[in-house]
Ligand binder design. Structure first.
Ligand code: ACO
Length: 309
């Protein structure tokens, strides 16, 4: 869906969207394609590039706010569709930081020795919860999926640290008010948009810049590194102006920051793993590189991870 397509639906313009967000187009999953279907495609590619077999995967964690069903978890649906007989599978609801929360949990569980090979997925069909009458939100988001396999490393490469934080006091800045157990949808409900994503964009913008910077600095500091040691920053792709502000505060030049927002918009939990995969496959990450991933989303929630590749 291009900005020109959106111009036909809401009162907006390509110029406004590009200058305020950096987004030119976003992917919209067709009717009948569930989040699990997109996740399966990402999982297949991740397993293939890891060199492992399906039977080797013993942990599957999937971050999403747009699950296939309320029950069971989408991770269990993916387990069945992928045929992962030896895995335990569960979802994480952490909006745009879902992949980093999954990475953090998987990494900790692998460190305990309880699991060996984890599949961590971020997948979203945000188009299913967007209000296409609300120009403040519908222009920002897209659908997609990304995945990574984590395994025990036999050298000093790996996840050097993760940081996760949230502030539930600010949950109403980005939420879907109706349709859960707090506000069930009664018979005869007429939607006025409160069963879709609602957002206070400018409030989120400020918190996002501040907390993503803090999260990135913290993870770099704790590893005893400086921003000069970082080869690549992979930020959540929410807004090019947020990304540029983070680069400036971190004193990292934009050529060390991975950006693909123009093609996908904000894909929430899928944003960081899609960017990580594109950065990896395009040769932007080399063995030994320090890579920082940082994300922020509805909750509000934020986090970061530092990898030695
Ligand atoms: N087209 C044209 N005009 C628009 C549109 C649009 N699509 N959307 C809003 N406007 C208007 C507003 O109505 C407002 O008009 P007004 O001044 O007459 O009231 C005007 O543009 C300016 O609106 P602002 O909110 O001040 O614009 P801002 O520069 O803050 O940009 C934006 C808005 C892009 C939403 C920005 O605030 C943002 O990106 N915030 C972060 C949002 C975000 O990333 N959310 C998700 C993070 S968490 C997660 O990723 C799940």
């Amino acid at each position: 869906m291009t900005n020109a397509d959106l111009e036909k639906i809401v009162d907006t313009s390509d110029e406004w969207i590009v200058s305020r967000t950096g987004i030119k187009e976003r992917r919209i999953a067709p009717e009948g394609m569930a989040v699990s279907d997109m996740a399966v495609e990402a999982c297949k590619k991740a397993i293939e590039s890891s060199g492992l077999k399906n039977e080797d995967i013993d942990l599957l964690i999937l971050g999403t706010v747009t699950p296939d069903y309320k029950l069971p978890s989408t991770a269990c649906v993916v387990q069945e569709k992928m045929d992962l007989p030896n895995a335990t599978a569960f979802d994480i609801v952490a909006a745009c930081t879902g992949f980093l929360n999954g990475l953090s949990v998987a990494s900790a569980l692998i460190e305990t020795g309880a699991y060996k090979n984890a599949l961590v997925v971020g997948a979203e069909k945000l188009s299913s919860i967007l209000n296409y009458k609300d120009r403040n939100t519908c222009i920002l988001f897209g659908d997609g999926a990304g995945a990574a396999v984590l395994t025990v490393s036999d050298d000093d490469s790996g996840i050097l640290g993760t940081f996760l934080k949230s502030n539930g006091n600010l949950r109403e800045l980005l939420w879907v008010k109706d349709g859960g157990s707090a506000n069930p949808i009664p018979d005869g409900y007429v939607s006025e948009g409160e069963d879709k994503v609602m957002m206070s964009g400018s409030d989120i913008f400020k918190v996002a810049v501040k907390q993503m910077c803090n999260a990135a600095v913290k993870i770099i500091d704790e590893a005893g590194l400086t921003s000069e040691d970082i080869s690549l920053v992979i930020p959540h792709q929410a807004n090019i102006r947020i990304i540029e502000a983070i680069a400036k505060r971190l004193k990292v030049s934009m050529d060390k920051v991975f950006v693909n927002i123009e093609k996908y918009g904000n894909t929430s939990a899928a944003s960081v793993p899609i960017a990580l995969d594109e950065a990896n496959r395009s040769g932007k990450i080399k063995k030994g590189d320090h890579v920082v991933m940082v994300a922020f989303g509805g909750g509000l929630i934020w986090g970061s991870a530092l990898i030695k590749w």
